[in-house]
Ligand binder design. Sequence first.
Ligand code: PHE
Length: 350
Amino acid sequence: MNELDALVEAAQASFSKATTPADLENAKAQFLGKSGRLTELMKGMAALSVDEKKSRGAAINLAKQAIEAALAAHRQALADAELAQQLQAEALDVSLPGRQRGQGGLHPVSLTLERIEAIFGSMGFDVAEGPEIETDWFNFTALNTPEDHPARSMHDTFYVEGGTATAPNLLRTHTSPMQIRYAVQHVKRHQAAIVSGVGMPEIRVIAPGRTYRVDSDATHSPMFHQCEGLWIGENVSFKDLKVVFTNFCRTFFESDDLVLRFRPSFFPFTEPSAEVDIQFQSGPLAGRWLEVAGSGQVHPNVVRNMGLDPERYIGFAFGMGPDRLTMLRYGVNDLRLFFDGDIRFLSQFQ
Ligand code: PHE
């Protein structure tokens, strides 16, 4: 092998050892640089004759072209490798499913409350909300349950700061205080008409919301929901309550053959009082009596505490459990599932 071929081979070998552009530039300098090996060979031509210069020059030129070609090829190879690596690092897997923003939705009990409001709204009932921290007066005393009344022990009450020593404030144990709160406002608004003898428009309201009792098991939660209903006028009867509540239950459960039973019971603020049971005629719950509400004719003492004359105004109230209605509607058997906040459970209602 002649000297030039050997030089070309050495250059090729040196270039292919370079793994970075900087390595490659160093290798290039060794062969093509100002004091590189090829340049040295060209300097050595000065001593040659014209003919020798020609042939030697042509041969050196060929070698130089070969070295430059090898250099260019290796530069390209390095650039290709870098690009390939970059593509690999930034690889985009177009088959990966996109991240979706979770679709939120209403809590099943909220769905029930909306349903209750829509159904009673269609029957001319207003919707009212009241405070969850209540005074002893609204939660008990005004509802015909004075301090020493044995019915107070029916409610395991959470007491909070505020109020008086004998009548501390509390977390409302039911939505019934809204009967008084709403009626008092209504009476105030229509006082002139009441005093003049014209009379007030009927009170027709529901009051849904959170309620609290010291209680916790599969069917009781320390926080639960109730929805109060109140209907007061001059000519309202138990029949009206039955019609309205039957209508509500059949619409709520979308079941025309659903049967209701008003079972005698006791509440201090209603007389007579009845527990409302429902019975489905078909489906998984068919044939069983299921308690859904307490109800009754508003007690004269309560009517009086609303600022109304019980000789003139008569009314009916009911208090139902939206949590229980939700359990029955969807076939849920543990109340606690509603309040654990487990998305696997809650997302089934979207
Ligand atoms: N407040 C009663 C309860 O919590 C329910 C009820 C409301 C009963 C209105 C009669 C009238 O059990």
